[in-house]
Design a binder for this molecule. Sequence first.
Ligand SMILES: *[C@@H]1O[C@H](CO)[C@@H](O)[C@H](O)[C@H]1NC(C)=O
Ligand SMILES: *[C@@H]1O[C@H](CO)[C@@H](O)[C@H](O)[C@H]1NC(C)=O
Ligand SMILES: *[C@@H]1O[C@H](CO)[C@@H](O)[C@H](O)[C@H]1NC(C)=O
Length: 394
Amino acid sequence: MSRQYKDSRRKILCAGVFAGIIIIVLLIVLIVIATKDPDCSPSEKKGPKDNTMPITVEDSYGQIDGQNVKRYTLTNNNNVEVKIIDYGGIITKVMVPDNQGVPGDIVLGFADIEGYKTNAPYLGALIGRYANRIANGTFSIDGTTYTLAINNGPNALHGGTKGFDKRVWQSSISEGKLVLTYVSADMEEGYPGEVTATVTYQLTNTNELIIDYSAATTKSTVINLTNHAYFNLQGEGSGDVLEHLAQVNADSYLPVDDTSIPTGVITPVQGTVMDLRTKRKLADVIDQVPGDHGYDHNYCFGKTGWVKNMARVEDPSSGRYVEAHSTEPGMQFYTAYWNNVTGKGGKHYGQYSGFCLETQHYPDSPNKPDFPTVVLAPGETYRQTTTYKFGTSS
Ligand SMILES: *[C@@H]1O[C@H](CO)[C@@H](O)[C@H](O)[C@H]1NC(C)=O
Ligand SMILES: *[C@@H]1O[C@H](CO)[C@@H](O)[C@H](O)[C@H]1NC(C)=O
Ligand SMILES: *[C@@H]1O[C@H](CO)[C@@H](O)[C@H](O)[C@H]1NC(C)=O
C-alpha cells in the first residue's frame, strides 16, 4: 500500500468524522429550536417537565376563632410568588416582575390577620356559598322559600355575615397544589344542605395561577364560588388604575338597577361605553359608565363548560398584564369605586385603587329563571376553573 494511498484514506476518514460531527451538532440545534415554546414571552422560562413547583408553609400567620391560620407560598421559575392563607383562602400577595425584572406586589391586601378579620372589600378572599347579591335575601327551591341575612342594602351579599371568606379552611399540599376544604353546615347563613367545598390553587411556570373549585351538597342549594382578588398592576397602594388598559372579550353585559341587581336583560355592548372588546384606557371611559361608579357589571360569555378567554388588563408603565380565563358563564368587571381602607404598606386604597376580574354565574340567578342555573342538587358536583395569567409585554 503506497504512502499516498494511506494518506488519502486518512483524509477521507477525517472528512467523514468531521461531517458526522457537523450533522450531530445541526441535529442538536434543530431539536433545541423545535422544543422551544413559540408563545414564550421574554419573562417566561421553561421549568421542570411536570410544571409542579414547591409550596412552602408557615405554621402561624395568627389566630382566628381560636384556630391557627397558616400561610402558604407558591413560587415558580420566573420569580412569581403567590401567598395564600387558609383563612378565607385569601390571596395576600402576588409578586410579579415588571418589564425591567423588578418584582412588585400586584394585589391589594392588609398588613396582617387583624385587617382580614373585617375585610369589608373582601380583598383576595374566596367568596361562598353564594358570591354576589341575591335580591331581597330570598330565594326558593322546589317550593321552599329560604331567607338569608340582609347585609347589602336590601340584598344578601357574598354568602352572608360570615361567609366562606371568614372561615378557616382545612389545608394541605398535594401534587404541587394547595388544597383547601371547607364543610359548610346545613342551614349555615340560611342556606339549605351541608356543602363540602374544595378549592385548589396552583402556580405554573407559565405564570398561571389556576384556581379550581368543586362542591357537593346534601340538599338542593344555590352555589356560586369565586375569588375576590383586587389587582393593581403598578403595585398595590400606588394610586388608581385609571392608566390601565382594559379589554373584556364579551359581546353583551347585564345592566343593573340602583341596588346593583340585573334587570335581567342581556344587552349588547356594541356602541356603548361597556364595549371593551378593543382595549380602552380606563381614564377615557370610566366616567361615562352608567350608574356613575365605574365598572361593576357582569359581562356575559354564554354557557358554562369550556374555558373562555375573558379579559386582559395591562399597565403600560410597568408592562405588566393579567388575563382571566374561566369555565364560568360570566365575569364581573369591578373597578373598586367603593374602596376606602388602609392597605398592607399603610397606604390608603381609595376609589379605583384596583380592579377585579370576578369570574362567575350571573348575579341574582336564583331569581332569574332565564339565567344559567346556580342550583346544585345532591349527587351533582359543582365545578369551575379560573386561571389568572400574569406577565409582561415589552
Ligand atoms: C324586593 O322587595 C321589594 C319590596 O317588597 C319589591 O318591590 C322588589 O320587587 C323585590 N325585588 C326583587 C328583585 O324581587
Ligand atoms: C373613608 O373612610 C374614612 C374613615 O373610615 C372616612 O372618614 C371618609 O369619609 C371615607 N371616605 C369616603 C370617600 O367615603
Ligand atoms: C357569583 O359571584 C360573582 C362574584 O361576586 C358575581 O359577580 C356573580 O354575579 C354571582 N353570580 C350569581 C349567579 O349571583
